[in-house]
Design a protein around this ligand. Structure first.
Ligand code: GDD
Ligand code: MG
Length: 360
């Protein structure tokens, strides 16, 4: 068993990524063709952390089917499926029996280059019941604002402070390294938020939590604009994920020198692009995508089996698997189109539209 275990919180409904998350749970949303959670697991493996507990709830089958017992990754994966969401601390209490010592907790929607072994070292040096990864942002109001002194000791944790009221700019970056005794502070049998209850209570009771502030690459993927921004950064090599800048991917071989393809672009296997189409920059095409004559795809992420019809335009959009964009249709900036949706021939999709066939 690995020394430090990991619990990944993957139970959220991903409401801000709808309609993508009607068909795919947030952790399985692909980053350049690979489910985001698989990328996170690779990072853990590289850091020597192989004992992983996935605290899931929303659409768990997509997760359990993909990872199984983890053995294909050289890891040991345990699942805890919540019938009703237990909250970010309740989810930890719920897996108490599987936790044997200090453990990492990861929000399941963070893409970061954080050095995990360095954080373990820092925690060992500082002591205390836990260490929180923090980063500095201009506006903490969408995050957990964390106040700490020069020694790193945390004195306040304020989740989602109203705009303009935050006492500082360091925020909770969604990775914690906690001692097992933190679980004693979480009540069982009801939903508990680690941000709104557990951290403030630990601080109030005099338990020591320390800050691990870094300038790492960091982004919360839970919003469409961030999802696109993360892809731009991955394609540019700013967030290293083995995607080199250029025209990459299994589908890139014959298309690399094509004039209409503007790097950086990532093309998965089975992609076809008409010689008169324009694709890129900052485009990801999933497996089996097809871009037809005269079509234009820019600054967009298309999942698997997406068809972009002749003379259609797709800009700054996210299209889930199986989407069909009809002949001459225009999909405007910031649009998100759900699984299998058909954009009619000649249709004008207004910027920022959310389109899907999902019935509530
Ligand atoms: N198992 C389980 N059960 N997981 C949950 C539950 C639950 O009831 N609720 C949320 N999660 C998971 C989500 O799937 C996500 O991976 C993570 O917990 C955080 O939830 P979000 O809904 O994404 O929270 P947020 O982005 O608004 O805020 C959190 O992340 C910020 C950093 O991005 C907080 O931790 C903030 O303090 C933090 O700054
Ligand atoms: Mg989030």
């Amino acid at each position: 068993m690995s020394e430090v275990q990991a619990i990944i919180l993957v139970g959220g409904e991903g409401t801000r990524l709808r309609p993508l998350t009607y068909g795919t749970p947030k952790p399985m949303v692909p980053i350049a063709g690979v489910p985001f959670l698989a990328r996170s697991m690779e990072r853990l493996y590289e850091a020597g952390i192989t004992d992983v507990i996935l605290a899931a709830g929303y659409m768990p089958k997509a997760i359990t089917d993909y990872f199984g017992d983890g053995s294909t990754l050289g890891m040991h994966v345990t699942y805890a499926i919540e019938e009703t969401p237990l909250g970010t601390a309740g989810a930890l209490k719920n897996v108490e029996e599987h936790v044997h010592g200090p453990f990492f907790v990861f929000n399941g929607d963070i893409l970061t280059s954080l050095d995990l072994p360095a954080m373990i070292e820092h925690h060992k040096r500082k002591g205390g019941v836990g260490m929180l990864h923090l980063i500095e942002v201009p506006d903490p109001s969408a995050f957990g604002c964390v106040v700490h002194d020069a020694d790193g000791a945390i004195s306040a944790f304020i989740e989602k402070p109203p705009p303009g009221t935050a006492p500082g700019n360091d925020i909770n970056a969604g990775t914690y390294l906690l001692e097992r005794e933190v679980l004693d502070a979480i009540p069982a049998g009801r939903p508990v938020s680690i941000e709104r209850e557990t951290f403030p209570q630990l601080i109030a009771s005099g338990k020591k939590l320390y800050a691990h502030v870094t300038g790492d690459y960091w982004i919360d993927l839970g919003r469409p604009e961030n999802y696109l921004a993360a892809h731009r950064d991955v394609l540019a090599g700013i967030m290293p994920l083995l995607v080199e800048p250029g025209v990459t991917g299994e589908g890139a071989a014959e298309l690399r020198d094509r004039r209409g393809i503007i790097a950086p672009v990532h093309l998965d296997a089975g992609t076809t692009i008409d010689p008169t189409a324009k694709v890129g920059p900052n485009v990801v095409l999933g497996r089996g995508c097809c871009v037809e004559a005269g079509a234009v795809v820019r600054e967009s992420v298309l999942w698997d089996d997406v068809l972009v019809g002749p003379q259609a335009t797709v800009e700054e959009a996210i299209l889930a698997s199986g989407v069909r964009v009809g002949k001459g249709a225009k999909v405007g900036a910031g649009s998100v189109v759900g699984h299998g949706y058909v954009v009619a021939n000649g249709a004008r999709v207004e910027p920022g539209s959310k389109l899907s066939d999902h019935q509530k």
